[in-house]
Design a protein around this ligand. Sequence first.
Ligand code: NAX
Length: 328
Amino acid sequence: MKSPIRIAVTGATGQICYNLLYRIAAGEMLGKDQPVILQLHDITEAQPLFDGIVMELYDCAFPLLSGIITTDNPEVAFNNADIVLLVGARPRGENMERKDLLAANSPIFIQNGRALNTAAKRNVKVLVVGNPANTNAYITIKNAPDLDPSNFSAMLRLDHNRALSQVALKLHVPVSDIKRMIVWGNHSNTQFPDLSHATVGNNSVSSLITDPAWIENYFIPVVQKRGTAIIEARRGKSSAASAANAIINHMQDWIFGTREGDWVSMGVPSNGSYDIPRGVIYSFPVTCQNGQYKIVEGLEISPSDREKMQKSYQELVTEQEAIKHLLA
Ligand code: NAX
């Protein structure tokens, strides 16, 4: 039997985690032969909610679940962690603007960064899910100076999966036949879902779409606004099952590698590719091998697509400006 992997999860009593923890414990993220220890974090007020969650974890009698820790102390949660999933965040309240959300979440991710710097394994893999995910990842990295920034990523996989599904529905093909989808930029409605490099078999997706207006007028806005559509459809609740699934997909690809001839979208520190200045956490197409992600270089981008990519970058700059004083 392999030795257990320590997986820390924040926001562990929230709705995404209720769809996530049981799948991780069942081996759906790291494989059916990999024991796991769950190190669960939530705020002090949420601690009583762990009772039922832990009872249900035990009641599943998962053969791979080697231990469970619950805590309101991030350093305890991140202690020796191999994988850290930062899901916990302040939800966006009514009448709350994006900048208010940024201000409310910055202290959480400053604290997360410091605790990771102190307590996590040096080769930990950290996925930031809590919104605004890209800028929260930026804040976390800035507060974990002893960890390599390439240990971090922000989640754009739900957007990537949404884009794949829309194309699969349109072309009546299985999702698995579609390769090389990209969602560029910020996990917000400035993101740019780009199917100009996507393929189905030997064909480009764009050559198979007979009404080009579908891309601009349907595909792009539907993917960009899917989060809001889900909230409306679920009577106020945001994506949970699909978000948990995207976390599992993201981590699997990062750890075990992307499939041959394909890539995925991840929010990662820019290396300056595609005119996106270094350091900003921006979603790029990446391939993964041996536990490392690598930005796909050299794709041809039209001037109008470059404009869309810059628009999302500019939003990230505005977000960084809004929290700059908190990082000084
Ligand atoms: P919930 O509101 O159900 O859960 C949030 C959890 O965070 C709660 O358990 C809460 O106690 C905890 N929390 C609150 N304040 C905290 C603090 N100061 N420190 C640590 N934890 C704190 O939200 P849920 O639906 O689970 O969503 C979690 C986060 O994921 C939200 O920020 C949400 O916007 C974000 N999402 C990100 C997605 C992405 O693609 N990157 C998609 C799904 C989701 O919208």
